[in-house]
Design a protein around this ligand. Structure first.
Ligand SMILES: [Zn+2]
Length: 164
């Protein structure tokens, strides 16, 4: 098993589009916040708390476990789940991997950035985010609460979408 994750080499826009299409396909936005537990379950995955930093073990397509660290916030857990799903889609399914593969918390490389771009778009789909950002008058705390993310994550999304 390789230690360094190979990037998918897609543009950020393509990754964001991919993430949103997955979310819409699995109807995870019907309740407002992205329902990540539902998505993980529909994909055949599981999640659990584990010792150490976050990681994901993919056993085969449609069978994986995401491990979250203890003692973090709910919004942090949600971003981590979405990030790990990014690894599953971009660096396992899209790259047509087979067999077992482990994703550990990586250093600052392109694959990690790709997983973050995926997570951000999955949790905060562009059109919905723009609407909510306007309605809540650019209040990053309220917007963050709406999407179940941290204010910092909401801020980054607003910048990427050119809202501030
Ligand atoms: Zn990662």
């Amino acid at each position: 098993m390789s230690v360094t994750t190979e990037p998918a080499n897609l543009t950020n826009a393509a990754i964001a589009d991919y993430a949103q299409r997955i979310g819409e396909h699995h109807a995870i936005y019907s309740g407002g916040r992205a329902d990540l537990e539902r998505l993980i379950g529909e994909l055949g995955g599981q999640w659990d708390y584990g010792d150490g930093p976050e990681s994901t073990i993919v056993y085969e397509p449609g069978k994986f476990t995401i491990f979250l660290p203890h003692f973090t916030s709910r919004s942090r857990d949600r971003f981590t789940m979405a990030h790990e799903l990014g690894h599953y889609f971009l660096h396992y399914l899209y790259s047509q991997s087979t067999g077992a593969k482990i994703f550990n918390r990586g250093s600052r490389n392109r694959a990690e950035t790709e997983a973050n771009v995926f997570a951000s778009a999955l949790l905060m789909p562009a059109d919905d985010f723009k609407r909510v950002w306007q309605r809540l008058e650019s209040d990053e705390w309220e917007v963050a609460n709406h999407f179940g993310v941290s204010p910092a994550a909401a801020n980054v999304r607003a910048q990427v979408l050119g809202l501030q």
